[in-house]
Design a protein around this ligand. Structure first.
Ligand SMILES: C[S@@+](CC[C@H](N)C(=O)[O-])C[C@H]1O[C@@H](n2cnc3c(N)ncnc32)[C@H](O)[C@@H]1O
Length: 215
């Protein structure tokens, strides 16, 4: 299901600041060299992430799901002076590609890619993050949410991607939905019912929820 009319999407892209040449090349190379290039954040959402990050000016950013590094490069645009970004990726085969583009973007000294399972890595952080971008496997979204809340500073922001899951979240019969769709539906319900946070769901690309920890 198209969440937004493709012509509207085209119009939105035409009226959004273009991506840099580095990001354009990264997108191209991701399409040439990876099996699921659609996982990449892309132009409009990338500019959105960069803009949010610039508004927050975070000292510490956590990203869950690095892939080829497109969203990492966008998020780091708003990083405060002396700030740092930790990103987590389970697939070590992506190392050469994301490292190449972090070097091209001149951000290698401000980012660490933590290779392994995010469920095991997040609890090990002894850092309070101001901004977290959740973009890994959907099946574990609710678990990531609980773990992220523990390392998110009070007043900090968490952005969760793919919350509309190609529109499948509004499938009427939950019994017929696949396990990823059920996981996203359950995550959305959990966030909506959480008294510790406030949230706004935005129908950008595949849906993104902006969550603020209030206590
Ligand atoms: C949607 S992609 C991330 C896209 C990336 N944020 C971007 O904008 O280009 C999801 C990534 O999460 C990774 N992933 C899946 N399960 C994971 C886990 N348990 N721990 C860490 N990373 C995981 C996948 O290997 C994949 O690269």
């Amino acid at each position: 299901m198209h969440i937004t009319d493709p012509l509207i999407e085209q119009y939105v892209a035409q009226h959004t600041t273009p991506q840099s040449e580095i990001l354009y090349n990264l997108e191209r190379e991701t399409h040439l060299k990876t099996v699921y290039p659609r996982m990449l954040t892309g132009h409009v959402q990338g500019r959105f992430l960069a803009m949010i990050s610039r508004m927050i000016k975070p000292k510490n950013i956590l990203e869950i799901g690095t892939f080829t590094g497109y969203s990492t490069i966008c998020l780091i645009e708003g990083l405060d002076k002396g700030g740092y970004l930790h990103t987590i990726e389970i697939n070590e085969e992506l190392r050469d590609l994301n490292r190449k583009y972090f070097e091209k973007a001149g951000i290698s000294k401000k980012v660490t890619v933590n290779y392994g399972d995010a469920l095991k890595i997040i609890p090990k952080f002894n850092i309070e993050f101001d901004l977290i971008f959740l973009d890994a496997d959907k099946i574990n979204y609710s678990r990531y949410y609980d773990l992220c809340k523990k390392v998110l500073v009070k007043g900090g922001f968490l952005l969760a991607d793919n919350v509309l899951w190609s529109g499948k979240v509004i499938a009427e019969n939950k019994g017929k939905a696949d396990k990823d769709t059920i996981a996203v539906i359950d995550f959305n319900k959990k966030v909506q019912a959480d008294p510790d946070t406030e949230n706004v769901m935005i129908p950008l690309r595949d849906g993104i929820t902006l969550i603020r920890k209030i206590c």
